[in-house]
Write a protein that binds this ligand. Structure first.
Ligand code: GMT
Length: 379
């Protein structure tokens, strides 16, 4: 198949999922065309079967807001026509599903019929999408996609609760490539980060308010009182500066290490003892799954789809949003019991294998085939 993938190319989970899916499809022999405004961070651009089409927004002084959706729809139309794409798979409803709907109409006008598959990722529904500013357009573009998927049961429920969606939503969970996290391949960063044998705790996110960054620092402060440990914070975003202040004021300047946007996730995860994700909402929690794939137990909130990933008392622990005391006491109990920590680590890795790309990837391919058949039957 010739597949067009539209996503946000940044460090966000939806872009990561879209890119890793594209990498997988390319390895299966499909031709995968990424249509984005810059190169996705995890894209293997030099691999065979991967193509990149940049969306350029023409900057004209009359516009206070540049019309990105227009540029994106036009780029989708061009790419479908000139690269002979079979389908478009758009990740994150806003504005990608909307732009894809327009592209589909323009293409239809030119006698080309292709299916649009929309994958809902989380904040496109739970935070941004349900805002009245966007709601009618989001509802419309979900209902007019040929296929709709969501990354968890929880997100599917939220979508049906917030929007008048008539379309069937298929849950296809996020995935990892377990091979990437296989121990033997990793030059682990543990020694560099914890030279005195401290426990290593990790948090990875885009540092937006929804991630409850102050809870991460406060939980670590409580853990650090009982267990010699370091906290590594990976990612960047609006809450980062304040997090640095909070860590400094708690006297943890040397024990909280901010690594920013790094591609060394796997090397850090392989040396981590625990992963913290206390989010206010989380449709899935891909970062938690990646930690589990590296054998790192997770202490998370029980928001959204997190409980579908992190099994309380098995792969880590979950607690109510904001219940930092419980999160910290669970973490301390685990970190002080090496045998239990080892057991949870094995269980986390085992649970992550359910979400292996080898299991999940074929579900997308089957959905594409179904959508193509339905479009053919319509003609
Ligand atoms: O908030 C983020 O983590 C980024 C956001 C995105 O769309 O890029 O992530 C959402 O999609 C991820 C991939 O499907 C999910 O794993 C995250 O749980 C989800 N984030 C939220 O729901 C807050």
């Amino acid at each position: 198949m010739q597949i067009g993938i539209v996503c946000y190319p940044t460090f966000g989970g939806s872009g990561v999922v879209a890119t890793e899916l594209g990498n997988y499809l390319a390895k299966q022999g499909h031709k995968v065309h990424f249509i984005t405004y810059s190169q996705p961070v995890r894209l293997n651009i030099l691999e065979s079967n991967i193509y990149y089409h940049e969306v350029n927004v023409h900057d004209y002084p009359l516009f206070e807001y540049q019309p990105y959706e227009l540029a994106l729809s036009s780029k989708m139309v061009d790419t479908v026509i000139y690269e002979k794409l079979d389908l478009l798979h758009v990740h994150y409803a806003i504005p990608h599903a909307y732009a894809a709907y327009m592209a589909k109409q323009i293409l239809r006008d030119r006698g080309v019929n292709i299916p649009v598959i929309t994958t809902l990722h989380g904040t496109d529904i739970t935070l941004v999408g349900k805002n009245p500013t966007y709601k009618p357009a989001v509802t419309f573009s979900i209902n007019h996609s040929d296929k709709v998927t969501s990354v968890s049961e929880s997100l599917k429920r939220d979508t049906l609760r917030f929007f008048d969606v008539k379309k069937h939503i298929e849950v296809i969970p996020n995935f990892i490539d377990p091979e990437l996290y296989a121990e033997k391949k990793l030059p682990c960063a543990k020694l560099a980060l914890c030279p005195e044998g401290q426990k290593l705790i990790t948090h990875i996110s885009n540092f937006r308010p929804v991630k409850r960054i102050p809870d991460v620092i406060e939980a670590f402060r409580l853990i650090h009182e009982k267990v010699p440990s370091k906290l590594v914070m990976i990612g960047d975003g609006p809450e980062k500066d304040q997090a640095e202040v909070q860590a400094r004021e708690a006297g943890l300047l040397r024990d909280v290490i901010f690594l920013g946007k790094t591609n060394e996730l796997i090397r850090v995860l392989c040396g981590s003892d625990l992963f913290l994700l206390p989010s206010a909402t989380e449709s899935f929690g891909l970062a938690a799954l990646e930690a589990m794939a590296a054998g790192v137990p997770v202490i998370s909130s029980n928001a959204g789809g997190l409980e579908e990933v992190n099994i309380d008392g098995v792969t880590g622990y979950t607690a109510n949003v904001g219940d930092v005391a419980t999160m910290a006491s669970r973490a301390i109990a685990l970190l002080q019991d090496d045998a239990l920590l080892e057991q949870f680590s094995k269980q986390a890795r085992k649970q992550s294998l359910q979400f292996s790309i080898a299991n999940i990837g074929p579900r997308y391919v089957a959905l594409y085939e179904e959508a193509l058949q339905e479009v053919k039957n319509m003609v």
